[in-house]
Structures are given as structure tokens and as C-alpha cells.
Design a protein. Sequence first.
Length: 123
Amino acid sequence: MGSAASSRDREAVTEHRLCALEDIPNPGSVGFDLTCDDRTVRLMAIRQGGAVYVYENSCPHRRLPLNFKPGQFLDAEKKYILCTNHIALFQIKDGLCVDGPCKGTSLYKFTANVRDNDVIVTL
Ligand code: FES
């Protein structure tokens, strides 16, 4: 019984290579559709130097994708993640909304690491 639960746990958490670090502009962002276990998750990867932050591309306000243009998730100064639907701003490091209709809520963040120059996300 314990081993079955462990097996399910292993299946529920899987690492995926998103891209190479240099595939993301610095600073900048890229969008991905990642299919895992028969479901597709819309993701956005935000790069700041050697760090990459990965969030679900779903705004907590109306659950819409944040971007109108492919890969464009940042404001003009590249200091915040921008939801273009109703101009909400989110902190890059933790996804907290600091301005807009969903202020105080957060984007869904995935664990992401840069390993051997590859961006790895855990779903
Ligand atoms: S859907 Fe993002 S601010 Fe409204």
C-alpha cells in the first residue's frame, strides 16, 4: 500500500526540459505549451540574468492567458509580469499581483531550475 502511494507520487512530479537558458531573452520571456500526462499546460518563463521563473499562463482575475502577443509577458520596463487583459502587474520573483483587479492574489508558480544551461520545470 505504501509503495503504491510512492509510485503515484513519483508520477505526479516530473521534470521537463523547457529550453536552453539562452532561448529566453535577458531580460525577457517566452511562452510554452507543455503536454504532460494527457494534459497541456500553458506556461510562461521569465528570465532575469541567470534566474528563470516559470508560471502558469493563467491570470487569477479571469483565468485568461496574460499575453496578446506570443512570448510577451513583461511590462515596458521589464520590471513586472503584465496581464494585458486588464493591465494587472505581478512581481517577477513570486507572482504576487501588486496592481490591477486581482491585487493581492498570485500567479501559479512552478518549480524551475537552470541545470547545465537547460531550463528544467517540475510539473
Ligand atoms: S484577466 Fe488578467 S487582469 Fe483581468
